[in-house]
Write a protein that binds this ligand. Sequence first.
Ligand SMILES: NC(=O)c1ccc[n+]([C@@H]2O[C@H](COP(=O)([O-])OP(=O)(O)OC[C@H]3O[C@@H](n4cnc5c(N)ncnc54)[C@H](O)[C@@H]3O)[C@@H](O)[C@H]2O)c1
Length: 336
Amino acid sequence: MIIPVKTASGGYDIVLQRHALDRLGDFIKSETKTLLVTDDGVPGEYAAKVSAFCRDCEICVIPQGERSKSIETLTFILQKLVDGSFNRKSRVIALGGGVVGDLAGFAASVYMRGIEFINIPTTLLAQIDSSVGGKTAIDFSGIKNVVGSFYQPSKVIIDSEVLKTLPRRQIANGLAEALKMGLTCDKELFEIFEKGDPTKRIDEVIKRCLNVKISIVEKDEKESGLRRVLNFGHTVGHGIESAAGGELLHGECVAIGMLPMCSSELRLRLKPIYKKMGWAEFARCDKEKAINCCFKDKKSYGGGNTVTVRCDRPGSFEFRDTDRDELAELIAMAVK
Ligand SMILES: NC(=O)c1ccc[n+]([C@@H]2O[C@H](COP(=O)([O-])OP(=O)(O)OC[C@H]3O[C@@H](n4cnc5c(N)ncnc54)[C@H](O)[C@@H]3O)[C@@H](O)[C@H]2O)c1
């Protein structure tokens, strides 16, 4: 299935097809000089398939984990591009999760003022969320995603077969973002979680999430309004994520962070889903630290009141101005 994405800065196609990695010739050219960026946690068999297809391909393997979204790893990739005499007609292919995609996309966006970028996401989170929408970034000076660009890929290739090697915890991590999209924008997606096991209907979950994300980024490419709905659960989630000191995955923090943003009726419906998915309802971390981390995060983006996304019933949302005291109360609800 080909899903077109149209944004003000240009359009591209998302290929959503099982075994797409074995049929790359149907979607991209083989002769373009390629720097393939992947990490050492992504099974080598996937990189082998891509590099076997590309006639002129250099593989750049970075260490797995968020720490690689750094200026040092960016320099490492840019050096590979310079040393390998990559030019304006060359391309970068990202093969990995959101870390590889954000970093390689940013490298492609700045090298020679922008060369072709293709994203082949291999985590569920990257397939349903980070590979679409054109946000690229690295972390800098201790602040997540603070240096980056909006840069659209020329193609996104999603092969859900690669999820077979992804650890269960990482699958659940991606599903938290999928539930976020169901809760705010797609009632039927929410019902997939409520009535059964979303991992059994993973292709449908991916497709529904892509439809939600595309409809949002097409209307608001650069996050001036509507796109903020994708931050549902993230304000509190980020505070917890920093305070928990790396013990919890991003999606696990978002899952916890969504609960205070829901009506009490909806929270009751969510309880069995969280149990089924293995997500905690509260974070075990220092409450004050979580509150401080959240405010520090907000301060670096302008301070003052913030806008939070609330959900009273599945498939709906509203934006609400939230002051410091209320935000502290919401965080307190999420921490034990
Ligand atoms: N650009 C955006 O719009 C956007 C949106 C959401 C999140 N993000 C970013 O995404 C990043 C998180 O991405 P993530 O959750 O994909 O984490 P990740 O990229 O760190 O990947 C998680 C782990 O899975 C491993 N892995 C990847 N594919 C695998 C596979 N098929 N089989 C086995 N192991 C595999 C990786 O080696 C890594 O250890 C964060 O940096 C976040 O800021 C970006």
